[in-house]
Design a protein around this ligand. Structure first.
Ligand code: HEM
Length: 612
């Protein structure tokens, strides 16, 4: 087993700069060593330059010299360091990668950062520590301690150590991003004892996951496994999604239908806010009163859920059972709590402690909805879902279960998104806020007309950019869960992994959004002036779903995207037209696997009557 060379570079896209060079060519004759050295230097540099930050490669070296393993290791706010290790065919891959990782670590710790950053031409940095490491790795068995750490490199996607679990809770987005930079775009992660394969910011890999048919990657089985078969019930897991997709496709998303639906929804949102304020302030409320609410997120959620039930199903539901609103919200929150608990408990415990009790609550809620659906709504009050239940003769039992699924998918994310957009807007310059308020007044006036809703939403450019940018910055950390029914080979320019049958896969939706190569150097900032948000011809997202990943991609891409973007924009307009002011805005929180929320309540004041 021969270790021939280890070279460290400051990685550059066009031509990487050599920093440290170690070689062991004594097995070659003196006369051959000179040309061989040049050959190794030339090809190693080429391989290093072609190994993008965060990636590893193994490449057969020119003229059958052996294998070259390269690893490009980026550092936040600093250069990427690439190590190339040239070995013969017998030298174990994991030992070669362990040498690369350790040499990079030593370079970072022992060579001043300024020296590395200033390196524009090849240097011959003398590092006794790296030379000693190189000597030690001449005997791979000697390096055993390190090789154990890297053992997973030989076994498919690398495993992120359990410590990510702790950090994940505090900063899931940062944790995933960091792992990506360290080990590549596809890796195993150990979350609360559950292993899953995470696909990060790699559009090609995401595409290969997103486009798989259910026979290979099953969304149903993945959500059933995390407990949704009990929490939302088998009707929702196995049939509800298809039903909702059909209603959205046929009754909501077509241009003319959306144009007709949006003004009705906007008016329902305004009425919902009036009702909420009226209920909170009681008698004696005048139109110039100011409402102080302890949490904008909660208030907005109630408004959006009320409008969703009234317009998409029927106003008769809440009319006949006003407390249904709170019951549905509480149910959804409990489902989220139970999902989090079930993730850390063995099934034997999670079944009696959280899954069965929630299944019982769901059945009770479904019973309540079934009784409400049984009382026929007058024709004028039938929304697209009620019409579809009736025209497709969906049994009441299923319809009631489907409504629970609809509410689950359709109200909380748009509500969080609208409230978050307001939080972000209120952190911007006064001028931007004034522009948004002026747009809000115009938008709401247009929503009083029969036509032009979509055009009015597009014309309210500040509001729209604010919603889109909020979707980008607050996207889910791990979404798009899939169960591998069969082994899946993912092959991209930079990764080649086999995901075994039985594994769970998740796509890290917000990794792409913080990737500076995709969204520029200020990828993590909230910016309205992104060229991507330039005016578009319709109200769906203006960029490709592999770039704005919040609504997922491929087979299971959110069919409610267009409608949700419109709802968030309209809700924001209503809040601005009522001069909503935020008293205190806590830090953003990614703790729950939905759109990011805030670490605590966001108190808000607003006028009861819209500004003139
Ligand atoms: C800001 C708001 C929303 C966000 C961020 C969002 C996000 C998502 C995501 C990420 C998925 C795909 C999950 C996957 O790949 O497995 C999804 C699926 C879905 N969404 Fe949305 N959604 C939103 C609003 C809505 C609304 C308003 C509706 C209905 C009116 C809706 C209905 C659905 C349905 C039915 C699916 C299932 C699609 C399938 O599995 O094939 N969503 N949503």
């Amino acid at each position: 087993m021969k270790l021939l060379s280890l070279i460290l570079y400051r990685w550059q896209e066009d031509n990487s700069v050599e920093l440290v060079n170690c070689e062991e060519l004594t097995s070659f004759s003196f006369f051959h060593r000179g040309p061989l050295r040049e050959h190794i230097k030339f090809h190693s540099r080429l391989i290093a330059t072609r190994t993008p930050p965060g990636q590893r490669q193994s490449i057969d070296f020119d003229q059958n010299l052996g294998k070259c393993y390269s690893w490009s290791h980026p550092e936040a706010g600093g250069s990427t360091i690439t190590a190339t290790v040239l070995v013969d065919g017998e030298y174990p891959m994991r030992v070669a990668f362990a040498l690369a990782a350790e040499a990079i670590r030593i370079l970072r710790e022992t060579v001043p950062k300024d020296t590395v950053e200033a390196a524009k031409a090849d240097m011959a940095i003398n590092s006794p520590e790296i030379q000693a490491l190189f000597a030690k790795f001449q005997n791979p068995a000697e390096a055993d301690k390190l090789t154990k750490i890297e053992k997973d490199l030989e076994e498919g996607p690398p495993l992120v150590s359990g410590s990510c679990g702790g950090r994940y809770k505090e900063d899931p987005a940062g944790c995933i991003r960091k792992q990506e930079l360290l080990v590549g775009k596809i890796f195993w992660i150990n979350l609360a004892g559950r292993r899953m394969v995470v696909v990060g910011s790699d559009a090609e890999a995401m595409k290969q996951v997103a486009m798989q048919p259910a026979t290979v990657l099953s969304a149903q089985r993945a959500v059933a496994e995390i407990g949704f078969e009990y929490l939302l019930g088998p009707a929702n897991v196995y049939r509800g999604t298809t039903f909702h997709k059909r209603v959205l496709k046929e009754e909501v998303n077509p241009k003319a239908k959306l144009e007709a639906l949006l003004p009705i929804f906007s008016q329902a949102l305004s009425r919902a806010l009036d009702d909420e304020a009226g209920a909170l302030m009681g008698p004696g409320t005048t139109s110039d009163s100011v409402l102080a609410h302890p949490d904008a997120f909660h208030l907005v959620r109630r408004c959006i859920l009320r409008a969703t039930l009234d317009v998409l199903v029927s106003p008769s539901l809440l009319h006949r059972d006003p407390s249904l609103l709170s019951a549905l919200m509480t149910f959804q929150d409990h489902v989220e709590d139970a999902t989090a608990k079930a993730a850390v408990l063995p099934r034997l415990l999670s079944l009696p402690l959280c899954l069965w009790p929630m299944a019982l609550s769901r059945r009770r809620l479904a019973g309540r909805l079934r009784r409400l659906l049984a009382g026929d709504a007058p024709d004028g009050g039938r929304g697209p879902w009620l019409r579809a239940f009736q025209s497709e003769q969906v049994p009441l039992k299923d319809a009631a279960e489907f409504l629970i699924g609809l509410v689950f998918a359709a109200h909380k994310n748009p509500a969080i998104g609208a409230a978050q957009s307001l939080c972000f807007l209120r952190s911007l310059d006064g001028e931007v806020q004034e522009a948004a308020t002026a747009e809000a007044t115009k938008l709401l006036a247009a929503m009083g007309q029969e036509r032009g809703a979509e055009e009015a939403l597009l014309a309210a450019t500040t509001l729209r950019k604010c919603v889109l940018e909020t979707m980008r910055v607050t996207a889910h950390t791990l979404g798009a869960l899939r169960y591998a029914n069969a082994p899946l080979q993912i092959e991209t320019r930079t990764s080649q992994v086999t995901i075994p049958q039985g594994a769970t896969i998740a796509v890290a939706h917000n990794s792409t959004h913080t990737d500076t190569r995709v969204w520029g150097s200020e990828a993590s900032e909230f910016r309205l002036d992104r060229p991507e948000w330039a005016r578009h011809e319709d109200i769906s997202s203006p960029v490709d779903p592999y770039k704005l990943t919040t609504f997922s991609q491929g087979v299971h891409k959110c069919p409610g995207e267009k409608f949700a973007l419109a709802v968030m924009q309209m809700m924001m307009a209503i809040l601005l037209a009522r001069d909503s002011r935020l008293v205190h805005v806590p830090k953003i929180s990614f703790e729950r696997a939905t759109l990011a929320q805030r670490e605590g309540p966001v108190p808000v004041t607003l006028r009861l009557q819209a500004l003139a």
